[in-house]
Design a protein around this ligand. Structure first.
Ligand code: URP
Ligand code: ZN
Ligand code: ZN
Ligand code: ZN
Length: 484
């Protein structure tokens, strides 16, 4: 069926203009100043609103087996939460269990994701290194349509990989035209600091923050950047939370390195005082890695989004109920790490970013969809309101207001880390590949309607990197024969 979105202002990452948008089936077929409604088309009045690309959240963990439990939102409820907040695509982390092959993990994740109500893709995690992993990476890229590989520099004894493994995997990414991703925290130092604080009698959630200071993230970010440079690959740093990590990325970019950074909405607006709350549950619900930071780090992250040294705002949606968090009573290292945020990312970023003048409307679109679509090589199929793009659209009312409350959320957990936050600027309609998935509080998307989005490798970046490296490679100096 055709849908005509009439009278709104279309906002893309590079321009905004008054225009009507015609959707036919799953695709946007026209964007023009005035479009006559075809016979039988549903007309949606968008007067006074912004018509923007649906959000893309490149960092989620649905139904993820982690730290002795499984994250509470599955692909159905996670994507429904996303749609209700204007996000039309998620990219989840496919993480092989210890000893499991990437190919088997991929099948597991595809199966779990059959429930998704919105489109989705995957990143593949490299959690060990072997000949088998080297071979499987090619299948992952060429057959499964995954062009990103995640590496955990933290979670010692579980998911963590060492520098040797990073270097080998980054080299392999460069060969395959894939992008390495890192969770950058020095896992060895975190482990020692955890032991230290437990020995001092710090067993509560505040110990989580004390044992993961900005230094462990700054060091690991810098190390990953240097290893990627030596391996000849670009690098994407997930959940960049603090000034030292942002500065490492900004420095690398200023030196011509292709490095990208992803702050989370949580780190942009919440700070480490949350962990000193007298209520154990309140503090434990906010335990995630990296932890929330002192306020001055937020200013650095906002500056990064404004200046372009940081590109993407994500959520790392990995939700655990209060009951699950209580696994860590008496030992903060056992509190499952992760928070929610999928339905709140866009309203909170609009409120704290656009309404304060820190971001323009176009920069908001860049940070919530277009930049990541470009980094993941799915632009302009995703991330643009343009003829030929998928009809993933959010109609945004900049005057609409709400106060965030767990009692009204779609996510299946019993609290919300943004509880009480007043938003101005909300989605009124979310279209997911041409269907009205959510409209003014009415969730219409159905389980199973989402589709897997395969992504091609991006050889251009790698050709550029390797051409330059080849031209400038160290070579043996040719010398005349030395006669004794
Ligand atoms: O605390 C977090 N971030 N949990 C999810 C796993 C990860 O590190 O991204
Ligand atoms: Zn299945
Ligand atoms: Zn992480
Ligand atoms: Zn994560």
């Amino acid at each position: 069926m055709a849908i005509l979105i009439r009278g709104g202002t279309v906002v893309n990452h590079d321009h905004a203009r008054r225009a009507d948008v015609l959707v036919d089936g799953e695709t946007i077929v026209a964007v023009a100043e005035t479009i006559d409604a075809p016979a039988g088309a549903e007309v949606v009045d968008a007067g006074g609103t912004y018509v923007m690309p649906g959000g893309i959240d490149p960092h989620t963990h649905m139904e993820f087996p982690f730290m002795g439990t499984v994250s509470a939102d599955d692909f159905e409820w996670g994507t429904k939460a996303a749609l209700s907040g204007g996000t039309t695509m998620i990219v989840d982390f496919c993480i092989p269990a210890p000893g499991q092959s990437m190919l088997a993990a991929y099948q597991d994740w595809r199966h779990k994701a059959e429930k998704a109500a919105a489109d989705y893709g995957f990143h593949m995690a490299v959690t060990s290194w072997s000949r088998e992993v080297w071979e499987e990476m090619e299948t992952v890229v060429r057959t499964y349509g995954i062009n990103t590989f995640k590496h955990f520099m933290a979670y010692k004894g579980a998911l963590m990989v060492n520098d040797d493994e990073l270097y080998h995997s980054f080299r392999r990414c460069a060969e395959l035209g894939a992008m390495p991703l890192v969770h950058a925290e020095n896992g060895d130092v975190v482990f020692r600091l955890q032991q230290h604080y437990l020995e001092q009698g710090v067993t509560g959630p505040e110990g989580h923050a004390y044992s993961r200071p900005p230094e462990v993230e700054g060091e690991a970010t810098n190390r990953a950047i240097m290893i990627a440079d030596m391996a000849g690959s670009p690098l994407y740093v997930v959940h960049t939370s603090c000034r030292p990590a942002h500065e490492a990325i900004a420095r690398a970019r200023a030196a011509g390195k292709r490095v990208y950074g992803e702050p989370l909405i949580q780190h942009l607006v919440l700070d480490e005082d949350e962990y000193r709350n007298r209520d154990w549950d309140h503090a434990a619900r906010r335990v995630m890695s990296p932890p929330f930071r002192p306020r001055e780090h937020q200013a650095s992250l906002w500056a990064g989004l404004q200046s372009g040294s940081l590109q993407v705002v994500a959520t790392d949606h990995c939700s655990f109920t209060s009951e699950q968090k209580r696994m860590g009573r008496g030992d903060f290292t056992r509190i499952p790490n992760g928070t929610g945020g999928l339905e709140d990312r866009m309203p909170v970023l609009w409120t704290a970013g656009v309404n304060t003048g820190r971001l323009t409307r176009e920069e908001f679109v860049a940070a919530t969809s277009a930049n990541i679509a470009r980094i993941l090589n799915i632009y302009p199929k995703k991330g643009a309101v343009a003829a030929g793009s998928d009809a993933d659209i959010v109609i945004w009312d900049p005057r609409a207001t709400k106060t965030i409350s767990a009692t009204r959320q779609v996510s299946r957990i019993d609290y919300n880390v943004f509880e009480g936050f007043s938003c101005t600027g909300l989605p009124v309609v979310t279209l997911s590949r041409g269907r009205i998935a959510w409209k003014e509080g009415d969730l219409r998307a159905e389980r199973g309607e989402g589709r897997y989005v395969a992504r091609d490798p991006f050889p251009a970046v790698h050709v550029a990197n390797s051409t330059w490296r080849e031209l400038n490679a160290p070579r043996a100096v040719e010398r005349a024969e030395v006669t004794p």
